[in-house]
Design a protein around this ligand. Sequence first.
Ligand code: XIL
Length: 346
Amino acid sequence: ATSLKTAYQQDFLIGAALSASIINQADPQLVTLIARDFNSITPENCMKWGEIRNADGSWKWADADAFVAFGEQHNLHMVGHTLVWHSQIPDSVFKNKDGNYISKTALQKKMQEHITTLAGRYKGKLHAWDVVNEAVDDNLKMRESHWYKILGEDFIYQAFNLAHEVDPKAHLLYNDYNIERTGKREATIEMIKRLQKRGMPIHGLGIQGHMGIDTPPIAEVEKSIIEFAKLGLRVHFTELDIDVLPSVWELPVAEISTRFEYKPERDPYTKGLPQEMQDKLARRYEDLFKLFLKHADKIDRVTLWGVSDDASWLNDFPIRGRTNYPLLFDRQHEPKPAYFRVLDLK
Ligand code: XIL
């Protein structure tokens, strides 16, 4: 095959998250590459509440409109990201000037206005929406976000119903991280079942897929694909990337407090990725795509969270200023060994 999207055209969509700067700078080589390899796009930031609205609540549409125009121009499937999330949203949405929570009704009204205006503007243009993002916490309980504390679990039910009313043809997703691992997978399934029992319109499960070079094992990912499909939902990998740097999530207790501090030993590949690691990354991508192909009947889309390593969020998360290698294209925008492994599977 000559490109990722043609290789996988019978199987599932191949997507990429695009930043506003990719869209606005429109580097011709990068644009050609995107149009060649990908047939789906997700806005990396520009449709998030804190990006698309000013502090006073007024809207700033420029980046999101440019994103949608780009998708239309290149005939790409488009996913909106994201309507309701606890992050990248100002506290002033939830709190009065005195710092107290606003009322249930007041927050419901804001949610309604937000979803109606945003999903309404792009109705018929965006094909899917990440309606609610990251409602389950790492402790496997519902995340104690402002949304949850004011509205309870009902915030999810309300958000999906609003999105469905506004754009009945849009494919509506619940999106979260680490749900391809034991624990959060089960907690998410329980939550979705409760909501489905109430008749909530939901069509897909978004597995973000921010993975490690060794974890989770492929069998864990497979279990999630199978279990989520059993809920009657389509499976999407919405934010796939593979962190090759030493994980700071499993540090010994003595080092936990320094977790987010930059230390040279936490950034070992500033001069390039050693061949051995490059191969390991390629094999990890290959194993994942083999699995996706095995379950292509359940999977609608596999989206990478970015295009090339130089612009990946993982250079700055969870520690700022590191040199990471999570994607299929390198810092010169050349395809990496991982790219060819994925391509050559077909
Ligand atoms: C990230 C973006 O990539 C960064 O540019 C931004 O600073 C923070 O958010 N889960 C999500 C995405 O659903 O929206 C996040 O994107 C990555 C984790």
